[in-house]
Design a protein around this ligand. Structure first.
Ligand code: NAP
Length: 211
């Protein structure tokens, strides 16, 4: 029995996402990878992206072997042009409709506030905040067209309290928390729910690389 069938059987049909479409940014490692497998395990058809083509292709092959329906393409989510291309690809792959957008991509450079350069400020804000803001704008027509849309931001506890993660990262996540509140009200009329998840430290490559 394929892993996807086994997971569906264990979870039961009550929680099925069969027929749903999802875009998960940054799905090749860490939290995004786990989210791709969870959504696909519930029966959703998933599209993902990352910057490393070899790693992306390896993941896609592994998911195919597990019986998951996952596709994807290379995209640097911090690039405006590449975000536009990604959403065009998603629109064509899912016939203009998207149920779930998981805004997962994020990065960090941890330093004392006085040591950040302008370039580092711009890198963190464009990767963590501008990218998700723009992806929401681009995905809005697709989410609305699905008739049942859902946006989930991967924020952080750092956006709520001080945890020594660096002030730019914290501010970018706090901005996501407020954007969640705005969109949840503004886009409710379009049947789009907006939520965010704020994880505590999770052992992923992001955390390992900051040691
Ligand atoms: N780990 C934690 O403790 C923790 C805690 C709270 C919140 N979070 C948040 O959770 C999210 C995921 O973090 P993680 O720890 O799972 O990170 P991770 O292990 O570094 O994985 C990040 C994933 O996103 C991709 N990615 C990174 N930058 C990208 C870009 N510019 N464009 C496209 N893809 C990109 C990576 O692939 P490529 O590098 O190949 O592009 C990888 O697949 C982030 O928003 C992070 O802030 C993490």
């Amino acid at each position: 029995m394929a892993e996807s069938d086994l997971i569906s059987k264990v979870r039961g049909s009550k929680w099925s996402l069969k027929g749903m479409t999802a875009l998960v940014t940054g799905g090749t490692r860490g939290i995004g990878h786990a989210v791709v497998e969870d959504l696909a395990g519930f029966g959703a058809s998933v599209y993902t992206c990352s910057r490393n083509e070899a790693e992306l292709n390896k993941c896609l092959k592994e998911w195919e072997g597990k019986g998951f329906v996952v596709s994807g393409s290379v995209c640097d989510a911090s690039s405006r042009d590449q975000r536009e291309k990604l959403i065009q690809e998603v629109a064509s792959f899912f016939n203009g409709k998207l149920n779930i957008l998981i805004n997962n991509v994020g990065t960090n450079i941890r330093k004392p506030t006085n040591e950040y350069t302008t370039e580092e400020f711009l890198t963190l804000m464009s990767t963590n905040f501008e990218s998700v803001y723009h992806l929401c704008q681009l995905a809005h027509p697709l989410l609305k067209a699905s008739g049942m849309g859902s946006i989930v931001f991967i924020s952080s506890v750092a956006g709520v309290v001080h945890i020594g993660s660096g002030s730019i990262y914290a501010a970018s996540k706090a901005a996501i928390n407020q954007l969640t509140k705005n969109l949840s009200c503004e886009w409710a009329k379009d049947n789009i729910r907006t939520n965010c998840v704020a994880p505590w430290y999770t052992k992923t490559s992001l955390v390992e690389n900051m040691k």
